[in-house]
Design a protein around this ligand. Structure first.
Ligand code: 5GP
Length: 190
């Protein structure tokens, strides 16, 4: 069986990447598997352990790093995040296209290890629009929102290494665009 793609999928907080992904995941022809990350962040309301993230304490996270269980890991706004390696490999072996929704430093690590990974970065139409969306979501306090915005500005200066940069100015259009990027990559590997 043909090995599945590894897709590195990033974008600043609040850009809508989760919403886009929720639409893409059920599309059968994309044959996607979502890689659930490990994090030391507290669950937000409605988040489920093992579905959105594996929520762990710092001790367990450090153990995973030490044991080489993670494909990549990074700190983001005070918390640790990492991709469990085993699931990614297992799914790719089964022909699934595995999608990693991760931040930019983790993405760099993955692309260094797996240069043939497909990389996609979603940008907002503007920083003002991003700030509005983050406040609308309002799951975080003001300090965290400001930290996420400052992080976003920094990140967007460094996103040049992604193969595809897609602007989310219209949700339906963006979904179709990302879908097409994945389909094209699948076809090119046939
Ligand atoms: P959030 O706290 O909003 O769920 O995620 C914060 C950031 O961490 C997002 O940019 C998200 O894509 C990223 N992230 C989630 N999981 C991982 C991971 O396993 N590794 C890395 N490097 N970043 C991650």
């Amino acid at each position: 069986m043909k090995k599945g793609l590894l897709i590195v999928y990033s974008g600043v907080s609040g850009v809508g990447k989760g919403t886009i992904l929720n639409e893409l995941m059920p599309m059968e022809d994309l044959n996607l598997a979502y890689s659930v990350s490990m994090t030391t962040r507290q669950p937000r309301e409605g988040e489920v352990d093992g579905v959105n993230y594996f929520f762990v304490d710092k001790k367990r996270f450090l153990e995973a790093v030490k044991n080489g269980e993670l494909l990549e890991h990074a700190r983001f706004v005070g918390n640790d995040y990492g991709t469990p390696k085993e699931y990614v490999e297992k799914m790719r072996e089964q022909g699934k296209n595995v999608i990693l929704e991760i931040e930019i430093r983790g993405a760099k690590q993955v692309l260094e290890k797996c240069p043939d990974a497909l990389s996609i970065y979603i940008v907002p139409p503007s920083i003002e629009e991003l700030e509005r969306r983050l406040r609308e979501r309002s799951s975080e306090d003001e300090e965290t929102i400001m930290k996420r915005i400052s992080k976003a500005k920094k990140e967007m200066k460094e996103m040049g290494f992604y193969e595809h940069v897609v602007c989310n100015d219209d949700l339906q259009k963006t979904i179709q665009e990302v879908r097409q990027i994945i389909l094209d990559e699948m076809n090119s590997k046939d």
